[in-house]
Design a protein around this ligand. Structure first.
Ligand SMILES: C[S@@+](CC[C@H](N)C(=O)[O-])C[C@H]1O[C@@H](n2cnc3c(N)ncnc32)[C@H](O)[C@@H]1O
Length: 276
């Protein structure tokens, strides 16, 4: 049983109630940003489900794929042994709904990083329906705990359904609500803090998380190359400020004397910063 589970209840209940309130009254929700393109809010994302993917890429004509797709396909082929029916189902859901999960290669990378440092306690900022948590939950083993957070209550039910099928749900504590608030209410140090929330929140989340990572532990964040926008003097930024936030986030990490950092360019770039 996930050791953090006892602390969740109140957050979960309160947050679920808040979520329902948001939905009922249309009050402001956290921003959402697609990994594969633009998109700023949950409502906009639903609209985008009917928009062909090519149309969406037109919004960012200067998009750069960090690693050539042929190379990624080759690497994916090498990793066939990780094929699992539930993973395939989760990936098919992402494809059908254009939901921005990390992909298979990034997932394997997360699991490997977590295993390398013997991680037992992981905090996720932005869990979606549990795809990245699947990889962390495998790594932490029995008795380990992955604290998940997502602002969209629908993802709790999906995550539970998928992760129960793999017997990993017991290692997960899923909170519905703003990850920063859940983090502030959760005590102790983490082996890994993983950031995959709205990009505008990246600098704030780094500053919060870095103080709560144990020495030798890792901060990992996805999308830090942001389809190459971080290199461009001009870009299309539909979620206003997201590129500037990622650039600032990356600058803060690489200038922090307490951490050693590296960017793995797989997919959209994952930064790994190890606390000294
Ligand atoms: C990129 S997706 C996460 C995907 C997930 N990490 C995976 O790879 O399977 C981002 C998710 O974070 C949620 N989100 C964004 N900002 C958040 C925040 N500040 N707190 C909680 N959830 C957030 C969104 O609802 C969305 O489901």
């Amino acid at each position: 049983m996930c050791s953090d589970r006892s602390k969740v209840k109140e957050t979960l209940i309160n947050s679920s109630a808040n979520e329902m309130k948001h939905e009922a009254h249309g009050t402001q929700q956290p921003r959402h940003i697609d990994k594969i393109g633009e998109g700023a809010s949950a409502a906009q994302r639903s609209d985008s489900l009917v928009q062909p993917i090519n149309q969406r890429f037109l919004n960012n004509p200067n998009r750069i794929t960090p690693v050539d797709p042929a190379i990624e396909a080759y690497m994916r082929d090498l990793a066939k042994r990780t094929d699992h029916p539930v993973l395939a189902e989760m990936e098919a859901f992402a494809q059908a709904h254009q939901f921005p999960i990390v992909n298979r290669l990034a997932g394997i990378f997360l699991e490997t990083q977590a295993k390398m440092i013997g991680a037992k306690r992981v905090f996720e900022f932005g869990s979606g329906y549990g795809y990245s948590a699947y990889w962390f939950a495998r790594a932490v083993g029995e008795g380990g705990c992955v604290v998940c957070c997502d602002s969209d209550a629908r993802n709790l039910e999906r995550a539970q359904r998928y992760l129960s099928q793999t017997n990993l749900w017991e290692r997960v504590q899923f909170n519905v609500g703003m990850a920063q608030a859940v983090f502030a209410q959760t005590d102790g140090l983490f082996d890994i803090c993983y950031n995959d929330a709205d990009k505008g929140d990246y600098p704030q989340i780094w500053l919060m998380a870095k103080q709560r990572i144990r020495p030798g532990g890792l901060y990992i964040a996805d999308n830090v190359l942001w389809q190459g926008r971080v290199t461009m003097p001009a870009y299309h930024d539909s979620a206003m400020g997201s590129t500037a936030a990622i650039v600032e986030h990356n600058r803060l990490i690489f200038n922090d004397p307490e951490f050693d950092a590296f960017i793995n360019p797989t997919r959209d770039g994952l930064v790994v910063a190890r606390r000294k």
